[in-house]
Design a protein around this ligand. Structure first.
Ligand code: ADP
Ligand code: MG
Length: 362
């Protein structure tokens, strides 16, 4: 079984006046599960199709290891593909679908049966080979599509929103299954999704795209806790974003002055010098009721079971805060309390205009 390192080098794709992919460079390591995450229309599918050889880039190169594959035809790339629509052959049995690629490759007849059965067992569909495709649930059909791709032992697996046609419960279950399978097979995988939770849960690393341009690459933890800009901060989870001015910086510890005059201290690297404008990024779970801190009035309370969510009027904006439910009773709407910001959990982002509610969500 192969696994390949995939390198995109300044790849661009132009459709008339639309730049679908804008000079994207990134490397997917051998055996890595790597996701492309971004809103609809940001160029994920186009990027995947370039890697598959289904589209030619307008500029840039594509490498599999040290091999330039930019012009290599799809059928010579040793890739497996799984799409949002299962694209199974309705007139074939489950086994017939999985065997299709092996037959096309003229594998020995005696090998095909056992390989198909093993592939079906791996996706937990052992014994269902003789079923018709339409006799299976959506989740099962998507696992057939996965078995059909994996039975060919590709060097690279490309997946384009494979879970988005499944209902919520099935999506979570199939997601876990997919992760298990990818770990077992250790096939380099490039996964496309607009669902941030999916990308966080599945990926070794991920890239966030916007308007065809790469915003950030990192592990799920890095991208969530150290977003590069306001777009990444709000696309991955929820974030309170407050305009501020850098008041002081000593090593990696800094203090900013919010526009209402209150101060917040945080730690972590920043290039912003004192006097610079910045955006302070505070995740709701990092803003907690405390003895001292920012003054905020509770506008609204939602009880979510495992936690309380507060909408707080703070620094002239509406912020979101969370408090774990440890059996305590709810705070009161209209109450004014102090809110502490955990220094290790706040970030300074490059300044840009934000809407006045300060709680940005995608
Ligand atoms: N074949 C095509 N012809 C013209 N424009 C296209 C074509 N494919 C994609 N686009 C445009 O390129 C942009 C990126 O599309 P796509 O890669 O499908 O985004 P995503 O998969 O992230 O939703 C969009 O603006 C889309 O309309
Ligand atoms: Mg797409």
């Amino acid at each position: 079984m192969g696994m390949v390192e995939v390198r995109l080098e300044s790849l661009s794709k132009q459709y008339g006046s639309v730049t679908a992919v804008d000079s994207v460079s990134l490397t997917v390591g051998q055996g890595e599960f790597f996701s492309l995450l971004g809103p609809s229309g940001c160029g994920k599918t186009t990027t995947l199709r370039i890697v598959a050889g289904l589209e030619q880039p307008s500029a840039g190169r594509l490498w599999f290891g040290d091999r330039d594959v930019t012009r290599l035809p799809t059928h010579e790339r040793r890739i497996g593909m799984v799409f949002q629509s299962y694209a199974l052959f309705p007139h074939l049995s489950v086994a017939g679908n999985v065997a299709y690629g092996l037959r096309a490759r003229h594998e020995a007849r005696a090998d095909i049966g056992p390989k198909v059965e093993r592939a079906l067992e791996r996706v937990r569909l052992g014994g269902l080979g003789q079923r018709r495709v339409h006799e299976l649930s959506g989740g099962q059909q998507q696992r057939v599509a996965l078995a059909r791709a994996m039975v060919l032992e590709p060097d690279l697996l490309l997946l384009d929103e494979p879970l988005s046609n499944l209902d919520a419960a099935l999506r979570t279950e199939t997601r876990a299954e997919l992760r298990r399978l990818q770990r077992e097979a250790a096939t380099t995988s490039l996964y496309v999704t607009h669902d941030q939770e999916e990308a966080l849960a599945l990926s070794d690393r991920l890239a966030v795209l916007r308007d065809g341009r790469l915003q950030q690459v990192g592990t799920p933890r890095e991208v969530y806790s150290q977003p590069a800009n306001a777009f990444v901060a709000t696309f991955l989870g929820r974030a309170n974003l407050a305009p501020a001015t850098v008041a002081e910086r000593v090593g990696d510890t800094w203090t900013v002055r919010l526009d209402n005059g209150e101060h917040v201290t945080g730690s972590g690297h920043t290039d912003l010098a004192p006097g610079s404008r910045a955006l302070l990024c505070v995740r709701p779970e990092s803003l907690v009721p405390a003895e001292s801190g920012l003054v905020g009035n509770i506008l609204d309370i939602a009880f979510i079971g495992q936690r309380y969510e507060y909408e707080v009027s703070l620094a002239g904006q509406r912020w979101l805060a969370c408090e774990a439910n440890r059996g305590q009773s709810a705070r009161e709407r209209g109450a004014t309390t102090r809110w502490a910001v955990e220094p290790d959990a706040v970030r300074l982002l490059p300044y840009e205009e934000v809407s006045c509610d300060g709680v940005a969500e995608p």
